[in-house]
Design a protein around this ligand. Structure first.
Ligand code: ISE
Length: 337
């Protein structure tokens, strides 16, 4: 493998374009070698000004190129499995945006393909693990400095959703991040999920019930509650309060600059996830590139992608049945320990 990783970015939509910009301007040790999109014009626009990068419409063609030695997948989730399997066949390092795949069964197929390959190659794009405050909270939990972690209170608020953002997507697209973050913070698997639908906002698209209250339990009995509120209007906010035996810790609060002007005080709120987690995405992609050069992973694995897919499945069933659903997981293969 060359010292500079040649990356094929598959999908040049919102997240793909954000990663192309990041790879091109801030990440060291890697370059964008190819951009693939079904819309050639969009791929061409994405490679504009990037020396040596080609625009293509076929992922297979990109994977055949001699200057491509890693893959970043940022297409819609239903297209992931096919590309993942092809990239695994070539034993290439992969960064796959969440979800790994849209359901637990297909995610398990990916895990099995990696087991067959003999080593993990897929890092899943759960960027919150790279956010400085999430990392500090994780360290606090592991250190035991505040005693045992007992409960987590999470708020996940988006300004608005597109009209086609369904009830299921509140779980599969949004709460999927809390599933991973809770697993990351506690170091435990999630055992059950319950969803409560209370009073809803008039600002949600038709057919979508917003907000929802998700109750999560981990192996040791840590309880987490998530307010998922995706048409909250005021801005983008992701915050967590952790209750320990010997203290309370808040992360994701509003940060400065704190302004006093014209008889008012306050600050500004990030408009979307690109701004809120911009720094975390940079750290995530750099960690992936650095680890890929060593033949290892720099973050969450396909097992984490599979486990969160199983949580999402339980979450969607819980939404539909109104009852507490058990998360069912296969046995964790040795390559992930
Ligand atoms: C989106 O797909 C994301 O991944 C964001 O992090 C999340 O906040 C949002 O709700 C999702 O739709």
């Amino acid at each position: 493998m060359s010292t500079i990783l040649g990356i094929a970015v598959i999908g040049a939509g919102r997240m793909g374009a954000d990663h192309i910009d990041r790879l091109n301007r801030r990440i060291t040790g890697a370059r964008v070698a190819a951009v693939v999109d079904v819309d050639l014009a969009r791929a061409e626009a994405a490679v504009e000004g990037i020396e040596g990068a080609v625009a293509l419409t076929s992922a297979e063609e990109a994977l055949e190129r001699p200057d491509v030695n890693a893959v970043l997948i940022a297409t819609p989730g239903f297209l992931h499995e096919d590309i993942l399997l092809k990239a695994l066949k070539k034993d290439l390092p992969i960064l796959c945006e969440k979800p790994l795949t849209p359901d637990a069964e297909s995610s398990w197929r990916i895990v099995q393909a990696e087991v067959e390959l003999g080593h993990p190659r897929i890092q899943v794009g759960f960027m919150r693990r790279f956010d400085a405050e999430y990392q500090q909270l994780g360290e606090l939990v592991r250190s035991g400095a505040l005693g045992e972690l007992l409960m987590l209170h999470c708020a996940h608020r988006n300004p608005a959703t597109p009209a086609n953002f369904t009830n299921k997507m509140l779980i599969n697209d949004s709460v999927v991040h809390e599933f991973d973050a809770i697993r990351f913070l506690t170091g435990e698997e999630i055992t059950s999920v319950q969803v409560r639908l209370g009073k809803a906002t008039k600002n949600a698209p038709e057919g979508q019930h917003d907000p929802q209250h998700v109750l999560i339990e981990t192996e040791s009995g840590v309880l987490a509650d998530v307010e998922i509120y995706v048409n909250a209007k005021f801005g983008y906010q992701v915050s967590t309060q952790a209750a320990f035996e010997d203290g309370i810790v808040d992360i994701g609060g509003d940060t400065g600059p704190y302004l006093r002007s014209a008889g008012r005080w306050g600050g500004s709120i990030t408009p979307g996830f690109e701004e809120r987690f911009g720094a975390a995405y940079d750290v995530e992609v750099q960690a992936w590139v650095d680890a890929a050069a060593q033949g290892t992973l720099g973050g969450p694995s396909a097992w984490d992608g599979y486990a969160t897919a199983a949580c999402c499945e339980a979450g969607v069933e819980a939404q539909e049945t109104g009852t507490k659903m058990t998360v069912k997981l296969e046995h964790k293969p040795g390559i992930y320990s």
